[in-house]
Each structure stands twice: as structure tokens, then as C-alpha cells.
Design a protein around this ligand. Structure first.
Ligand SMILES: Cc1ncc(COP(=O)(O)O)c(C=O)c1O
Length: 459
């Protein structure tokens, strides 16, 4: 029996009876029922009631080549027929992870040539955490095991991901994080810059917080610093240009490894294959997932720099870590086809030279002036809109976080899927968006803001 035999109400009832959704208030969901998305094509998703919605979030920051790509389905089908599964334990391999690793080494920064696979960004960050600690043990410095991260960082939802992340609500529920992980201030100028402080100076001050944490612990105790190039789930917080080069300088000065979490930014979002290339930095690990397969299959790839990889190889000894689905042949076949399409259609170049700059200009010219908008910002095809009550003072609506939800709901009702995080609207569309799609999105955002303004002013 297929889902078409069920009414929306029936599907919602079954969903409520048996399905616990991620990051969800289960009591509330049972009162409202889920929106059931049934199919999708190009930049659009469709719900069970036939509504066509422009997907401003590329699923969950992942469907970079858009929906409905038969080539990916064909690649999965062919691989499943030939070899649906074999593991990469016991000195075995299968062809697709081999070829994907070669491809990833070609597109990654020059000093990055090795890959460790998993099925999700969270798993890849677990791997990264274990790998950097293992590295320092192999180097004869087991006490160098502390990781510095940032408040509001999102590194996934497993125990290690939550511990690395800096989300208070998640830490409270975890009730006991992986030890020796500390969190420093985030580089978020809109709220944290001092009056009169330039972006440049603020970036240096935020980087100095990393140095202070290293000095407080003692450099001989610090394994690594981890950060998202642009904090995504935390609200598309784009650091000042002074931030990352300074963080890298500090890490090098104290011999601290640099771990970059590119689960969102990897595979073209910032206008280069990786944000490391956009920012001109050389991290020791790069965590990637999501757009590696454009979300068509679950797959993550931790890209490992030569420094760590050569120690692993030279010192030897088993790294006691891995997953049943590390290097899954079907997921890797789909990733290979996905990267081929991104390359063939020039999507990364398009973001850098055309749609990225057009998107930035459109947000500035058509959205930034709205009364509800405190700031817009973007990098490549990743953007944020700050919702405020008062543009001049940056005062927010109360309760905190409630206003962006009003904007989001109007956006969805007007045919644009947007996400609200705190008081920030975030956008991360498929890289296939054209200037016309950006125009369509801006028109719908404008409409949602007008309608939300009318609602919010009544409060
Ligand atoms: C930066 C970052 N790291 C890690 C993750 C976790 O990835 P996953 O949900 O695939 O475990 C996410 C998910 O959004 C993310 O944005």
C-alpha cells in the first residue's frame, strides 16, 4: 500500500502515534500535526495538499543540486544491483569510496589528502574529536586533549557533537558532556561588537578569546580549536574577515590543531568547494556531510590533513574507530555523481561570480530597508535576516525568538520555505537558484515581512 491511499489526516495521526521527530516539542506537534512533503522537483517541494513551496533551505542545508535528479537515482540503482553493501573493515574496500576519496583529495585544499567516512555530520565530528586526541597520543602528548569550541556552535546531536557544540539547551539535556571541551565567545559583531568597535577590531577580539582559552589551560593541554567557518544553525553568523586568519595564526603559534566544521559550507555554498578556500586557511581536519550527496544519501566525509594523516601512517597502530556504513558503496556512488553534476554545471563558479553577489545585493536592496529588519548578511548562497522591533536600538520582540517564527509561517504560507533560529531568519537555498529564483524569493520574503509586521504591531 502506498501513501496515496491515506488521507493527510490519517498520515498525521499515524505520524503522531509512532514517529518521534528530531528537535521537536512532541506535545505541540501532536496538537498541530506535521506538514507532509510528498515530492519535489528542481528548487520546489510539494506537500500532500498540492502546495508548491520554493525551498529556501535546500532541505536542511544539503540539496545543493536541487530535487528530481534522475542521474543520482540511476547511480544508486546501478550500485545496489552490483554491490549494495560491503564494509571497509578487515583490509577490504569497494570501488566507489576509493574513487570518491581520490576526487575529494583533488577538490580539497592541497594539504588535505585523506578521507574517513561516516553517515552524518555528527558522526564525522565524533571521528574528528577521537582522531585529534589519538593524534596527540601518537605524538607522545596525551595530556594535550582539550578542545576549544564556541558558544552557539552547532556540531551535531550525538554526545560528542552536543559536547563540541555550544547550545545551552542541548547541554542542559545532555546533563554531562564529554570532558575537556570549553566554549569561547562567537564572532557575532551585530550583537557583540562594542559601541564604535570596527568589524576588523571585533574580529581580532573574538579571535583573542581563543588565545585566552589556550593560555588559561596551558598550550601543552590544548589539542585543537573547532569552528564552523560561518556558524549555520546558530544563525548564519559570518565572522569579520580579520577573524579566521588570526585564529589560524594563534593555533599555529601554540601548536593547536585547527578543525573546521564544513558540514554546511562544504561543496560550494560559499563559492568555493570549501569555505577553507574562501577564507584562505589550512585546517587540519574538515568535517563534511550534507551536500556531499546533495542529501540524496546519508554520507559524511572527514577530510584529514597531511599532518595528522602522516602521523597515523608513520606511527602505525590501530585507530579503534569506525562505522558499519563507513564508505558505503551506494552512498559513495551517489556522491561521485553529485560532484560530477556540480562540476559539469559550474555551480560553484556560479555562486562565486553570479548568484552569490546577486543574492547579497538583492538582500541589501530589497530586504534590509524593511522596518522589521535590523541587518541582512550573506556569503555565497547563505544568508540571514535579523528581525527586530527597533532598527536603531536593535531591540527585539518579546518573548525572544517569537517574531522570526511569525515571519517564517507567513513565508511558508506564501510559498517560501525559510527557517527561523532565535530572532534570525536563515536562508541556504540550492545552488541551482538563478537570478530569477532569487527575485522570486525576495518578493515572498518582502510579503512575509509585511504580513508579520501587521501581526507583530498588534501585540
Ligand atoms: C555545522 C554542522 N555540523 C554538524 C552537523 C550535524 O550533521 P548531522 O545532522 O548530519 O549529524 C550539522 C547539521 O546541521 C551542522 O550544521
Amino acid at each position: 500500500m502506498t501513501y496515496q491511499n491515506y488521507s493527510l489526516k490519517q498520515l498525521q495521526q499515524i505520524d503522531a502515534a509512532h514517529h518521534l521527530h528530531p528537535f521537536t516539542d512532541h506535545k505541540e506537534l501532536r496538537e498541530t500535526g506535521s506538514r507532509i512533503i510528498t515530492h519535489a522537483n528542481g528548487p520546489f517541494i510539494y506537500d500532500s495538499e498540492g502546495a508548491e513551496i520554493l525551498d529556501g533551505m535546500a532541505g536542511l542545508w544539503c540539496v545543493n543540486i536541487g530535487y528530481g535528479r534522475d542521474e543520482l537515482a540511476d547511480a544508486a540503482y546501478a550500485q545496489m544491483k552490483e554491490l549494495p553493501y560491503y564494509n571497509s573493515f578487515f583490509k577490504c574496500s569497494t570501488p566507489t569510496p576509493v574513487l570518491l576519496s581520490k576526487k575529494l583529495a583533488e577538490i580539497a585544499p592541497k594539504h588535505v589528502n585523506q578521507v574517513f567516512y561516516g553517515s552524518s555530520g555528527s558522526e564525522a565530528n565524533d571521528t574528528a574529536l577521537r582522531l585529534v586526541r589519538h593524534y596527540w597520543v601518537l605524538e607522545g602528548k596525551p595530556e594535550k586533549n582539550r578542545i576549544i569550541s564556541r558558544k552557539m556552535a552547532y556540531h551535531g546531536s550525538t554526545v560528542a557533537g552536543t559536547s563540541l557544540g555550544g547550545m545551552d539547551g542541548m547541554h542542559k539535556q545532555l546533563n554531562g558532556a564529554v570532558p575537556n571541551i570549553v566554549h569561547v565567545m562567537m564572532p557575532y559583531a551585530y550583537e557583540l561588537a562594542l559601541p564604535g568597535e570596527s568589524d576588523h577590531d571585533f574580529g581580532l577580539r573574538a579571535a583573542k578569546a581563543v588565545e585566552d582559552a589556550i593560555l588559561e589551560a596551558g598550550a601543552d593541554k590544548v589539542a585543537a580549536f573547532i569552528g564552523e567557518p560561518v556558524m549555520g544553525a546558530g544563525g548564519v553568523k559570518i565572522p569579520p574577515v580579520s577573524y579566521w586568519p588570526e585564529v589560524q595564526r594563534i593555533c599555529r603559534k601554540y601548536d593547536v590543531l585547527l578543525m573546521l566544521d564544513e558540514v554546511i559550507t562544504g561543496y560550494g555554498r560559499t563559492g568555493e568547494w570549501f569555505a577553507a578556500q574562501t577564507l584562505g586557511i589550512e585546517p587540519d581536519t574538515i568535517t563534511t556531510a550534507k551536500a556531499l550527496t546533495s542529501g540524496y544519501q546519508p554520507l559524511s566525509a572527514l577530510l584529514v590533513g597531511d599532518r595528522i594523516a602522516s602521523t597515523l601512517v608513520e606511527k602505525g597502530g590501530e585507530f579503534n574507530h569506525g562505522y558499519t556504513y563507513s564508505g558505503h558503496p551506494v552512498a559513495c556512488a551517489v556522491a561521485l555523481k553529485n560532484l560530477e553534476i556540480i562540476e559539469r554545471e559550474g555551480l560553484v563558479d556560479r555562486v562565486r561570480s553570479d548568484t552569490g553577489p546577486y543574492f547579497a545585493k538583492a538582500l541589501q536592496e530589497r530586504i534590509a530597508g524593511h522596518d522589521l529588519v535590523g541587518e541582512v548578511r550573506s556569503i555565497g548562497l547563505m544568508g540571514a535576516i535579523e528581525i527586530v522591533k527597533d532598527k536603531a536600538t536593535k531591540e527585539r520582540f518579546l518573548p525572544s525568538g517569537s517574531a522570526a517564527v511569525v515571519v517564517r509561517d507567513h513565508a511558508i504560507a506564501n510559498g517560501l520555505m525559510l527557517r527561523a533560529t532565535g530572532d534570525t531568519m536563515i536562508l541556504s537555498p540550492p545552488l541551482i537558484w538563478t537570478r530569477d529564483t532569487i527575485d522570486m524569493a525576495c518578493e515572498r520574503i518582502g510579503k512575509a515581512l509585511d504580513l508579520a509586521q501587521a501581526d507583530l504591531r498588534k501585540r
